[in-house]
Design a protein around this ligand. Sequence first.
Ligand code: SF4
Length: 224
Amino acid sequence: MSARPKVMLLSCGGTIASAVKPGVGAMPSLDVGEMARQVPGVADAADLSSRVARLVASPHMTFRDLLDLAAMAREAIDAGSDGVVITQGTDTIEEIHKGVSKAYGCGAGLGLLGVATDGDVALCHRFAGSPEHTIGSVSKGVDREKQGKFLEDHHIASKTDCHTCWARPICSGGCYHEAHVHYGDSSHANLHYCTWVRSWTHTCLTIYGALAEKNPAFLARFDA
Ligand code: SF4
């Protein structure tokens, strides 16, 4: 009997499972299980099975899809799997390939805004309805002075906790709303999930290294 844990990988759509279709753009179409088998050490660590569960991009996942995924996970456990991994894509591989170094944790207040039912414009959908995080309105537009102050306060240069962190180019301090909830300050670094982010970034670097060695054509699409 194998001492390795039996793991079922249910792959979904998202960036990592997408390939460019001429004239259409990036479409979810790849089996992440096949990629996972190329990662050094995976075969030693686990007895990996995989199944393509849903080839749809994240925004197109429905509650029905999530319920079906839960049923597939239960089925795998009932069939003897010790664990189930569900993938839903990531931009991180592309960001590593392009050498991205983020100045901001996300696009909130930059290219992403949220509108409340009263027409107030907030940093993102999670802040919609919070007067403290309102930077304009539908009728009057974005208050550029407020937006500029927000971008100055939330720039990675202002997050001294992050300055010596090796994962900073990818994380850049994380979600502003998470920071607001945990620290009462949207500009605070999300120190409560550093371990997770570093572990995730390390995993992505490992996958990137394996792809660069064994399947560089997969990465070449990010050069387009
Ligand atoms: S992992 Fe933690 S310390 Fe590193 S950039 Fe992200 S929030 Fe900052």
